[in-house]
Write a protein that binds this ligand. Sequence first.
Ligand SMILES: C[S@@+](CC[C@H](N)C(=O)[O-])C[C@H]1O[C@@H](n2cnc3c(N)ncnc32)[C@H](O)[C@@H]1O
Length: 265
Amino acid sequence: MSVIQTYSKLASKYESRENLASLWGKITERTFCALQLKENPKLVVEVGCGPGLELASLVESGNTDVQFIGVEPAENLRISANEKLKAFGNAEVLDGKFEELPLESASVDHLYSILAFHWTKDLNKSVQELARVLKPDGHLDLLFIGKDAGKDFLKKISPIYFKKLSARQVLDMASERQRLTAEEVEEAFRPFFADRKLEITETFETFYDTLEGHWSWWCRIEGQFATMSQETRKECDDAAREALKALETENGIPYTAHLFHVSVR
Ligand SMILES: C[S@@+](CC[C@H](N)C(=O)[O-])C[C@H]1O[C@@H](n2cnc3c(N)ncnc32)[C@H](O)[C@@H]1O
């Protein structure tokens, strides 16, 4: 199952309280709160908008002269986002992806994306697409996951879950997500934005939670476990809880988020 099909399958779980309260939920909320839209935009776009929570809140508080477009490849998430936006005449969510944006060249004043760019299958084509659709003075804000997200956490538990997956599933999992270093992000973006103010910020932040708390975000980035039976999943979770004891502190189990923020002004 591709990552897009998995997201569509898990759409009804995406807005669960647990997922929204998880570390990735907090990161989305914080990133969205810090977003400062370009002044007087005509067109604002969010790519990988999921169920449209952030886009809907922007549309609600925004000017009705501004056109808002979400781009979301997972059908059920797109349906859910369009449901939230249907009361507004100036917003819609289109089928599309970073690799092929359903947008006119030089049309976007501000394009933002939260926790989605790491899913692109073609890095070069996607950056080219972003450069194509932005106006010459358009703003870009991308927040996405870097190579080392959850390194220690996953090192402890991956062997447990991998034992229950087929070789094909493990290979598919490894190739699904871009795992970029700071140098690779720089190399990918600099040539396309050489004449713009490009800033790439790399951060590492550790969040502490219970295993249940951590697993409540699994539908965001480790959705391939959706193919496991409940019974196998429970067996793996019990073994993972044991394995993670070695990392546990009095604050809980640590997970270090590795993030990039790419900004173009
Ligand atoms: C972790 S969710 C983030 C959703 C929302 N932005 C948030 O922060 O809650 C990742 C989103 O990226 C979408 N996605 C996956 N592959 C993509 C691609 N190639 N281009 C654009 N979006 C993609 C998924 O369908 C999903 O909605």
